[in-house]
Design a protein around this ligand. Structure first.
Ligand code: BES
Ligand code: MN
Ligand code: MN
Length: 461
């Protein structure tokens, strides 16, 4: 991969400029107002794949946002790697907390990224990480060093649950046939501590509505005699965790696979400094389920979190009102073998059961996703580990991640193919938060490492 590495060095400034161009397009999949920007980003990715030399590049429309596909098939006797990534991003709000515009990328030096980091929504999750693959592919092809077949499938709905991608997999099994799926949409432990993600949590996401009286009321005239749905909802949410921060929904833990003591011991040997963690987040103490460490709480244990809660008067000044309705969005992160549909059902039943007769409640299910664990005794894990060891000069640590990528479980159930999660971001890169950023070190390290993955995978497979 020597020629490839030289090519990467010679073109690194252009690679960065192109990424910055893509980051200027606000591809927010959740907000219909940005539909055209999402479509423009798909075209941008397709065009870059074409220029890099991919064949049969297309922008495939779906019931939602389009999927970008492209391929380079060089030899039917060689393995085929399918690269998955997403070009959509999370909404950028709250805007006032950004130190520069979310779609106006700038490079700034930080303590963690002394060589500079790209500040923009999607810089790390996942435009920056996805684009490393497009550039590594370009470099291998231009250098005549592409060792195997490659397919790209880059979607625009990951941040809204990949709701249309499952159908695309079902309908295109042959076209997507491959030996492994390669994904960079996760993190490493630190820039001097590489790791490979070997698990993702699943997700069940619901929205609830609590209704008291049939209209907003004067809180003096009626207050004290009529249920306040905001008060009630707050109590209901609070009651869903006990004094040990154990989730109280009956049956919630029934399917959770126990993790063996040696496995727990191993995961707690990963480098992790709780003091630094607390300082970075500005918290006086960590908080979570009794009996588990922070690393365990964020990987092998399920959670329940309120993501948003609203109702009543939130304008300037004070309005004395007893609101008619209160709402909340609640997510539950799941671990093997919890099933998102079953968990949503358990939640709905419990929520209705604990509602007092003074209110009416409704539960609406959003998207979900299954948890995954990926094995380490496979050619793809070994190839990823060897590639990272080559470029970081250090053996990577296998680590289960806390986030979710819903399509990964479907890759296995629909296509029958396993994924390797070779991400290059840092958990502290502010994904989904204001001031998302991605280190230049990480961007270039990814582009440098990916070609070695192809080489070692082709050798080991
Ligand atoms: N890239 C993240 C998932 C992730 C981040 C995994 C860091 C591991 C480490 C992905 O884009 C994401 O945010 N997924 C959503 C899924 C949801 C919208 C269905 C998530 O985890 O909230
Ligand atoms: Mn992502
Ligand atoms: Mn994300």
């Amino acid at each position: 991969m020597q020629k490839t590495q030289t090519y990467i060095q010679q073109h690194q400034n252009r690679f960065l400029e192109e990424l910055l161009d893509m980051l200027r397009i606000a591809s927010i999949s959740a907000d219909p107002a940005y539909k055209d920007d999402v479509a423009r980003t798909a075209e941008f990715v397709a065009e870059k794949l074409r220029i890099a030399g991919a064949d049969n590049v297309e922008v495939v429309p779906t019931a939602g946002h389009p999927i970008v596909y492209g391929e380079k098939l060089i030899d039917p006797n060689k393995p085929t790697v399918l690269v998955y990534g997403h070009y959509d991003v999370q909404p950028a709000d709250p805007l006032e907390l950004w130190t520069s515009g979310p779609f106006d990328p700038v490079i700034k030096k930080t303590e963690i990224h002394p060589d500079g980091a790209i500040f923009a929504r999607g810089s790390c999750d996942d435009k920056g990480q996805m684009y490393m693959h497009v550039k590594a592919f370009e470099a291998m092809l231009a250098s005549g060093e592409l060792p195997c077949n490659v397919k790209f499938m880059i979607e625009g709905e990951e941040e809204v649950g990949s709701v249309n991608l499952g159908t695309f997999l079902e309908n295109n099994k042959e076209k997507l046939a491959c030996d492994v799926i390669l994904i960079s949409d996760t993190s490493i432990i630190a820039n001097d501590t590489p790791s490979i993600t070997v698990g993702l949590r699943g997700l069940s996401y619901v929205e609830v509505e609590v209704t008291g009286a049939n209209r907003d009321l004067h809180s003096g005239v009626y207050g004290g005699a009529v249920a306040n749905p905001i008060n009630i909802l707050s109590k209901m949410i609070a009651s869903m965790q006990d004094e040990n921060n154990h989730i109280t929904i009956p049956g919630f833990y029934d399917e959770v696979l126990p993790v063996s003591a040696p496995e727990r011991k191993a995961m707690n040997e990963a480098p992790f400094n709780e003091k630094t963690y607390m300082t970075d987040l500005g918290i006086g103490s960590v908080h979570g389920e009794a009996g588990y460490t922070t690393l365990e709480r964020t990987s092998i244990r399920p959670t329940l979190d309120c993501n948003g809660i609203w109702g009543g008067y939130i304008g300037d000044g004070a309005k004395t009102v007893l609101p008619s309705k209160a709402f909340a969005k609640i997510s539950m992160r799941l671990v093997p073998n919890q099933d998102p549909d079953k968990i949503t059902d358990l939640f709905a039943r419990h929520f209705k059961a604990i509602a007092p007769p003074s209110v009416q409640v409704e539960v609406r299910a959003h998207h979900g996703g299954l948890p995954v664990v990926t094995p380490t005794d496979t050619p793809e894990y070994k190839a990823a580990a060897k590639a990272m060891a080559t470029t970081f000069g250090k053996e990577p640590i296998p680590q289960r991640g806390g986030g979710s990528i819903p399509i990964v479980a479907l890759f296995e159930s629909i296509l029958g193919v396993k994924s390797v999660l070779m991400g290059f971001g840092l958990d502290s890169d502010n994904l989904h938060s204001p001031n998302e950023n991605y280190g230049l070190f990480n961007f270039y390290k990814g582009i440098e490492t990916i070609p070695y993955f192809y080489q070692y995978y082709t050798e080991l497979k």
